[in-house]
Design a protein around this ligand. Structure first.
Ligand SMILES: O=P(O)(O)OP(=O)(O)OP(=O)(O)OC[C@H]1O[C@@H](n2cnc3c(O)ncnc32)[C@H](O)[C@@H]1O
Ligand SMILES: [Mg+2]
Length: 203
C-alpha cells in the first residue's frame, strides 16, 4: 500500500485524511506516527503561510514529500475570527470544548441570518528540492447555538451544513469527506497533482 505523510499532530485531521485517502489506496501516516516531537511554530498570518511553513519544515527534517494542512473557521459576525487562530482561540491548550464555548459566548444574541461562517483548508505539498505547491478548499455553514453530534473534531458540533441539513459532527466520516473544506482542497490537489508527487506513489 502507498504511504503518505500528513504533517499534522491533530488526530481529528488524521481521521479526515484516512476517510479521504484510504479509498484511493493510501495509508495515512502523521507526525504522531513518524515524528511525535516535531512541532512547527505557526508564525504566519494566513492559512497559506502556515501550511507552507509546516510542509517545508517537516519535509526537510524527514527528507521525504509531505502534505500539510492549515485550516480554520471564519465567522462573518466576528470579522473572520477565529481564522488562523482557530486551534488556539481559547488559549494555548488547544481545547476543542473551550474553543466552542468561546465562539458560542461571542455569538450569543446573534440571530440565525447573521450566523454565516465557513471552514477553510489550505494544503501545502513539499518535497526536498521541489517547489512547494498549495491547494485550497472551503465549506459554507451556519453557527449553531448549541453543539450537536459526536463525530469529527474541533468546531464540527457547532457548524451546521445546510446542504446536508445536519451539523458537521452528525455526518459520518465519508459524508464529511464528500463536502468538507479538507475534501474540497484534496480534490483540488488531485486535479493539479504535482508530477513529482504522482511519481512518488509508484515507489
Ligand atoms: O497544525 P496541526 O498539527 O495540523 O494541527 P492544528 O489542530 O493545530 O491545526 P491548525 O493549526 O490548522 O488549526 C486548525 C483548527 O481549526 C479547526 N478546524 C480545522 N478543520 C476543522 C474541521 O474539519 N472541523 C472542525 N474544526 C476544524 C480546529 O479547531 C483546528 O484545531
Ligand atoms: Mg496547528
Amino acid at each position: 500500500m502507498k504511504k503518505i505523510v500528513i504533517a499534522t499532530q491533530n488526530k481529528g485531521k488524521a481521521k479526515d485524511f484516512e476517510a479521504l485517502l484510504a479509498p484511493l489506496g493510501y495509508k495515512v501516516l502523521t507526525l504522531l506516527d513518524v515524528a511525535q516531537d516535531l512541532d512547527v511554530e505557526e508564525t504566519g498570518v494566513t492559512f497559506e503561510e502556515n501550511a507552507i511553513l509546516k510542509a517545508e519544515a517537516v519535509s526537510k527534517v524527514l527528507g521525504i514529500p509531505v502534505i500539510s494542512d492549515d485550516s480554520g473557521l471564519e465567522i462573518d459576525a466576528l470579522n473572520g475570527e477565529p481564522g488562523v487562530y482557530s486551534a488556539r482561540y481559547a488559549g494555548a491548550a488547544k481545547s476543542d470544548s473551550a474553543n466552542i464555548d468561546k465562539v458560542l459566548e461571542k455569538m450569543s444574541g446573534v440571530p440565525e441570518n447573521g450566523r454565516t461562517a465557513r471552514f477553510r483548508c489550505v494544503l501545502a505539498v513539499a518535497a526536498p528540492n521541489e517547489k512547494t505547491e498549495t491547494f485550497s478548499g472551503s465549506c459554507e455553514g451556519i453557527i449553531l447555538s448549541t453543539p450537536q453530534g459526536n463525530n469529527g473534531f474541533g468546531y464540527d458540533p457547532i457548524f451546521y451544513v445546510p446542504a446536508q441539513s445536519k451539523a458537521m459532527a452528525e455526518l459520518l466520516p465519508h459524508e464529511k469527506a464528500a463536502i468538507s473544506h479538507r475534501g474540497n482542497a484534496l480534490r483540488e490537489l488531485q486535479q493539479r497533482m504535482p508530477k513529482w508527487l504522482d511519481e512518488e506513489k509508484q515507489s
